[in-house]
Write a protein that binds this ligand. Sequence first.
Ligand code: PHE
Length: 343
Amino acid sequence: MKTKLKTIRDKALSAVSACQNINEIEDARIKFLGRKGELTKILRSLSSITSEERAAIGQLSNQYKREIESAIELRKDELSKKNIDMLLRDEWIDVTLNPRGTISTGRHGYLHPLSQTQYEIEDILTSMGFQILDGPEAETEYYNFEALNIPEFHPARDLQDTFWTEDGNLLRTHTSAIQIRGMEKMEPPFRIAGPGRVFRYEATDASHEHTFYQIEGMMVDREISVSHLIYVMKEILKAIFKRSVKVRLRPAYYPFVEPGFDLDFNCMICEGRGCRVCKHTGWIEFLGCGLVHPNVLKFGNIDPEQWSGFAFGMGLNRLIMMRYGINDIRHFMSGDLRFLYQF
Ligand code: PHE
């Protein structure tokens, strides 16, 4: 009996080490260890031998079973390593090569103007101690509205009509949702920024799109005031336009800040005298901002008695339009190469 067992074990071990792929290993496992496998069959026949012998045989066959099992695991590892090596050797491609049959245009891919400016502003913000966070484009009602002090049935929800998914979530209408997600993760004091794509249920025209880009910023610390906000905004503008820029605040209503403002900067095309771009006001609307509403801090588990903060949300598209003199916001998502190759 013992020799029979040993023969099976030896057979199994050499079969496993000869396997060339996962399927073969599985076949070998079934052949020897499966319900009708060779080792199992032997164990089934134990009833015909004496009980002392049975204990010894049982022990031995368990030991062989373990040996075969670990040989199987080992072989699996070896094969998967070999597989990866083979893929690396055989399936590499030269991504710098023109696809067969095409002629080089001499033009390489590069970043979309939205990405270029987004990364530039991210660099400016990180240099000022802001940490860049990300958030999902499909958001929950809680993060997009409720935790931002916009409860259900509040008329402010109508200001930002959006696209709803069938399961009750929505495409975020602003990056402000990232404020809440950020507060949940961070311990004050902190500075965070959240760039991203946002969506509104909007009739499109030259200055309105259903899909556009924003960058959110939030600073939470002790005794934050409007002057901190203005300073940081001016520094950002200075870094973007490489010169100092005059700004003004107008009172504005956003449920998640109090007081809330719209921040304008002096039109750089006419130096504030009034032109078509600034609709003859001398000012360009740049972003919404304000001091974080105590309710919002509470939703982010931050004690408003001890901490305060400012937040801002800037639209990227219009900023880029201003920077390069782009006259229609719909160019950004058009995918028109004649537009894109200019940047
Ligand atoms: N979320 C606002 C919007 O999209 C902008 C904003 C952000 C206003 C932060 C105040 C503070 O219009």
